[in-house]
Write a protein that binds this ligand. Sequence first.
Ligand SMILES: [Zn+2]
Length: 222
Amino acid sequence: MDNLAILVETDQGLVLVDTGLGLHDHESPTRLVRMFRRIFRVPYAPNSTAFQQLESMGISPTNVKHIIQTHLHFDHAGGLPDFPWAQVHLHQKELAAMLKPNTWLERFAYDKADFTHEPNWVTYENCTEKWYEFDAIPLPFTPRIYMIPLFGHTSGHCGVAIQDGLGWLFQAGDSIPTNAAFDLTPGWLNRMVIGPHVERIKAFAHFHPEVNIVAGHKYQRI
Ligand SMILES: [Zn+2]
């Protein structure tokens, strides 16, 4: 099970969308991360982190100036401490939920170790534009990038739409099942864990083949 981190070249430098697990999740994982790694058989592999993948591509991680987080669960935000200089863009409600978790899932799935370096948060709240039929928050980058509020999986969970030539890449995060396999999990499980947007995004995918929709999780049998 991989957690997707997407790298975008923009006029403001390199932008990462989600960071996946970070170096500390491999070198000194908390109990939560150890459990996750055991269940999903995630091996000790620091070279799978965004930080080391950038280095292996010959790109200095210091060139990552901005990070956009779909949400702050440990498996999406674990790499934040590897880029302490970056500005971290996210929905205000997501930051608030992490700082003051209300539900058992919130208390469980945010890992304080991801935030002890006090990230440079940049928060957003108002949808001032539309991306297709979705209410959208424009981010200050070229190519165009929008945060699309898709609350449910967490209080401030957002998808991220990135202009890609004539089309779009839409990182729907954890608002849709692994591999964007819309029918992978039953409706009741979707409503409990993934949130209420699966059917809507499935229909959207059907009518908009020009949009490349990816999920926050990717699974390959090895
Ligand atoms: Zn999540």
